[in-house]
Ligand binder design. Sequence first.
Ligand code: FPP
Length: 251
Amino acid sequence: MSATAATTTEAQQHTGMPVPQHVAIIMDGNGRWAQRRGLPRAAGHQAGSRVVRPIVETCAQRGVQALTLYSFSSENWSRPADEVAAIMLLLQEHLRNELPMMLANGIRFRRLGRREGMPAEALHMLDETERATAHGRGMHLVLALNYGARAEITDAVRDIANKVRQGELDPAAITEATISDHLGTAGLPDPDLLIRTAGQWRVSNFLLWQISYAEMHVTETLWPDFNLQDLDRAFRDFAGRQRTFGGLKAK
Ligand code: FPP
């Protein structure tokens, strides 16, 4: 979808405030949260996974069309094996526990990231969750797992090159939409709000193509402490931004 798509949504008509169409969140700070309490890092991830449900439900109820959560990057495999294993187990537990909530809210679940390298059991549950929620009519919930934006763009370029080689695609007909349509987020609006918790101002190889025109909201709050007030603050911050997409401010 084009970056200039209107941000006026059905949700805005209810609240009077522009609601982002697609919220992307870099859930950072689980490790620091645990460290400050003298707990193992896995306890921080566990606390972080408990925060996901209220945020998902609230976004769905506010009329957000898509919510993408950066849950495990391609670089996160370099963490200690016990931490990686704990996150993969938490993910499976999360999918099992949250399926009823997803169905009750009409949520459509989608996995984003390379399949290769993901544990078979986790992939199976992710596929099952996608299948079980495919007929939903509500918000898209996207979990980025084994995800890196450069890898995603590389895969898209490879797919496009193969189509050109097979004569299915004329290079002269390649547009920005062609690229978007070959990414894992195909069919979703581009994120218009990118939230990062735990205070760092960086994008960490997350949705690099898709966030071109996103508004950034960085909060010092660590992800396990992120609550509905923090979400409200991010939404109000977004609503107050004047979005120009490289043009001029309205007079
Ligand atoms: C970043 O914190 C967080 C992660 C690498 C993993 C995020 C995982 C969860 C929230 C739990 C599982 C996910 C779901 C959806 C159930 P960090 O460890 O980098 O924190 P630090 O920067 O303070 O060390």
